[in-house]
Design a protein around this ligand. Sequence first.
Ligand SMILES: C[S@@+](CC[C@H](N)C(=O)[O-])C[C@H]1O[C@@H](n2cnc3c(N)ncnc32)[C@H](O)[C@@H]1O
Length: 328
Amino acid sequence: MWPARCRFDVHADDAAFVKMLEADVRRGLSAWPRSIPPKYFYDEIGARLFERITELPEYYLTRVEASLLSRVAGEVAQRTAPDEIVELGPGSCRKVRWLFDALRSPAGVRYVPIDFGRDGLRDAVSGLTRDYGWLHVHGVIGDFERDLVHVPAPIGRRLALFLGSTIGNFEPAARAALLGEIGRLLGADGRLLLGVDLVKERSILEPAYDDAAGVTAAFNRNILAVVNRALDADFRLDAYRHHAFYDDAASRVEMHLLATAPQRVHLPKLDMVLDLHEGDGIWTESSYKFTRASTEAMLADGGLALDAWYTDEHDHFGLALARPAASP
Ligand SMILES: C[S@@+](CC[C@H](N)C(=O)[O-])C[C@H]1O[C@@H](n2cnc3c(N)ncnc32)[C@H](O)[C@@H]1O
């Protein structure tokens, strides 16, 4: 039973999810190079594997961002004085706690998380309402690429959070469009706190996406299980090798699944048969890396401007506080 100060709107039910996946997988597997969008990693198993990734010694991103956030949360809370925190893709909702803890007058503050990890979001929110008795929640279960229009009207000054370097999974045109949508959510006096992973040595970047314990490999292969289940397809997970590398020129880590032997894959719901040769790949994720300058350029493309820039002592991760470019 949910407390009265907590509600959820569901905009991505199972049927809508499968329809969207069908269209994306058809497009991605018919194109060259073949691809499946990374947003399909996060079924229940994928979300659990991602949580394990965040604890791996090689995966510095979560550790560094969390420690940076814990250091700057007080300043961000003071500068933004939010009545409402809207978070895109919060996952376990762990990071927002640093901001809740830093709020000077939290009474009446509303939290609006939007994620399509249905049960995961409900579980995470139930932990928040237990620990923050003052918190009001209006959760949106949906796709932040399509459903930001369903975010409820603002109740006051807004702070949007988009953490975990998730913006790095988007190609430049798509991220400009998404940042533009986020800008519209902010209103004139709102702010966005954006987590960006920074350009650094290959020797740090590549192991973060190819850990010794093989958890990232399992996470990558799990996307095929998601497709199998939704589309009655017959990808054999053990017939693909995880491949991750840093492309310096493009400033991105790429993750692929490479067929270890010739494969014929049936996707009956798409009326599609896929023939893969040994070594053929499916591109599952790009993770763009930024500098302060490229973050400012990305924000400008989305109609936003940098207000404050925070990094850790090694310049491994950045938090950009941004405002709509038109506002003072
Ligand atoms: C990399 S995890 C990051 C989680 C958390 N923000 C963090 O920093 O640890 C990405 C999260 O975004 C969610 N997500 C990814 N694409 C999404 C989309 N298009 N719409 C809604 N949620 C999405 C996933 O379900 C997952 O919880």
